[in-house]
Design a protein around this ligand. Structure first.
Ligand SMILES: *Cc1c(COP(=O)(O)O)cnc(C)c1O
Length: 511
């Protein structure tokens, strides 16, 4: 028990022995909850004692507010200690597939913190925020150019929010055609990101699942067979979540259009094709772009993000408000009223989107330029194929046994010793000093491991990761019992994740 731990809270150490008195292990510092170390009597700020009534009729508290009080240095140390138990892209390679965790250039941060962008208020008069509007308009121009689409809705705040925007635009287009009541179904491949069917259901559509073929791509024949007068559209991820390019997307789009539906493309994996393929050329009607993936900007733990949606000419009139346009003199202006855009489906959010993400994404785009962005996708795909090629002899690669992948490499648990799972390997990776890859997704592969190295990793960094993965694959195949109890060196040992998810303890109670 140390001074900051009066309740007698006991750390559970990663290794059983030897135990230190404080629970700390050299630079790895244990940290109680703020409720356990705080004291309502302590405060980081000194207020002048008040004389008399500050406000007439002021209601004074009878008892102190029960919040943890800490001095300023104690507060800083508390959060710094916690942060050191976290893994971050600034610490090492973050192999999470489907997440595009890449280095965030510090220049982005400098630009995002410029007061003219950072301190802007959404209710300021337009004439006082022309610079901010110009950033939105310029970024919008880039996104439209890079995707070959007609327009872009900038306000959605995440990929999933963008999916909702796209489907609401599709619904509005169907309403305008008088077919909203009959076209009620969205086709979603079984390899889709979980947000796709969830979004379709949330937007009021039924979901029909389309199987994947043996090669990991959408089963074209099954999709074509399901088209009909009840189909509102299709949601396809390209490149898909098996790390493969959907070569049939143009054929799919043509058939869906001929059948009266629309094509939504989940563009979260745009990093693999940016500067090389324009989704507009493939017949896509709507696609969200995760600015926080493809165009850097820090993300993880739920935010912040931005999910602008590029739209085809067919859907553009239905884009949500507000909307940036350029007046004839080139000045950007926000369209905020439905009077100017009668076919809009409404609003996604109160204001104009995520200014901080816009500035970061535009800074990233401008530092790379068009040729640099093409190199981003080239290097990302090269890095993923390097990982695939160096691990293929020790891990089963179901859809790329001899071929190539796009920006992420997918493996299965085939070949592991009896009783050894993807979870064991992932936990072992923590001991090796890496954040685990995405596991058990996509669902179409047993014990899936999805690895996306991104373009910002060096060959030396990849070699280190590959060496760790090869060692873990060998241990899983040989049935090394110690893998079952990994991680051994993390601040916490293996957690009961099922129990934590099913019976979360959301309220702290005093011991
Ligand atoms: C990340 C991701 C999403 C969702 O994006 P958010 O910004 O997290 O809402 C959707 N689809 C795919 C394929 C993704 O990788």
């Amino acid at each position: 028990m140390n001074d900051l731990n009066p309740s007698g809270w006991r750390p559970s150490l990663g290794t059983a022995e030897p135990v230190t008195k404080t629970g700390n292990r050299a630079l790895e510092l244990e940290e109680p909850l703020i409720f356990e170390i705080g004291d309502a009597a302590r405060c980081g700020v000194d207020f002048d004692a008040c004389e008399g009534d500050i406000l007439p009729g002021l209601r004074l508290r009878a008892a102190p507010v029960d919040v943890p009080g800490l001095s300023e240095p104690e507060t800083v140390r508390h959060y710094t200690r916690l942060s050191r138990q976290n893994y971050a892209i600034d610490l090492g390679l973050f192999p999470l597939g489907s997440c595009t965790m890449k280095h965030n250039p510090r220049l982005n941060e400098k630009v995002a913190r410029m007061p003219g962008f950072a301190a802007v208020h959404p209710l300021q008069p337009q004439s006082s925020v022309e610079g901010a509007l110009t950033v939105i308009a310029e970024l919008a121009d880039w996104l439209v150019q890079l995707t070959g689409m007609a327009a872009v809705a900038m306000s959605p705040k995440a990929g999933a929010h963008g999916e909702l925007c796209g489907l609401l635009a599709i619904r509005a287009a169907l309403e305008a055609r008088g077919e909203a009541a009959t076209r009620r179904v969205i086709l979603v491949p079984e390899s889709a990101h979980g947000t796709n069917p969830a979004t379709a259901a949330f937007a009021g559509f039924g979901v029909a699942t389309i199987p994947a073929g043996p090669d990991g791509r959408v089963d074209l024949a099954a999709l074509l067979a399901r088209l009909g007068p009840d189909v509102a559209g299709v949601m396809v991820t390209n490149p898909n979540t098996c790390g493969l390019f959907e070569r049939d997307l143009k054929t799919i789009a043509d058939a869906v259009h001929a059948a009266g539906g629309y094509v939504y493309c989940d563009g979260a994996n745009f990093n693999a094709i940016v500067g090389r393929v324009r989704p507009g050329d493939l017949g896509v009607d709507a696609m969200h772009i995760n600015l926080h993936k493809t165009f850097s900007t820090p993300h993880g733990g739920g935010g912040p993000g931005a999910g602008p949606v590029v739209l085809s000419a067919a859907l553009a009139p239905h884009a949500p408000l507000p909307y940036v346009v350029r007046d004839p003199d080139g000045r950007p202006r926000l369209v905020e009223s439905a009077a100017e855009r009668p076919e809009t489906f409404g609003r996604m959010c109160a204001f104009h989107g995520q200014m901080g993400m816009f500035t970061r994404a535009l800074a990233y785009i401008l530092t790379h330029g068009a040729d640099g962005l093409a190199q981003v996708s080239g290097d990302a795909v090269l890095n993923a194929n390097y990982v695939l090629a160096r691990l293929r002899d020790v891990l089963d690669a179901p859809f790329a046994k001899t071929g190539l992948c796009m920006h992420e490499a997918l493996f299965s648990d085939a070949g592991f010793a009896d009783g050894f799972s993807t979870l064991d390997l992932a936990k072992g990776l923590i001991d090796e000093g890496f954040h685990p890859m995405t596991v058990y997704f996509p669902l179409v592969v047993h014990g899936a491991m999805l690895i996306e190295p991104t373009e910002t990793e060096s060959r030396a960094g990849l070699d280190q990761f590959i060496a760790a993965m090869r060692s873990l694959a060998d241990r899983a195949r040989a049935g090394d019992e110690s893998l079952h109890t990994a991680p051994h060196f993390a601040p916490r040992r293996r957690l009961d994740e099922t129990l934590a998810a099913r019976k979360p303890r959301l309220v702290w109670t005093a011991p």
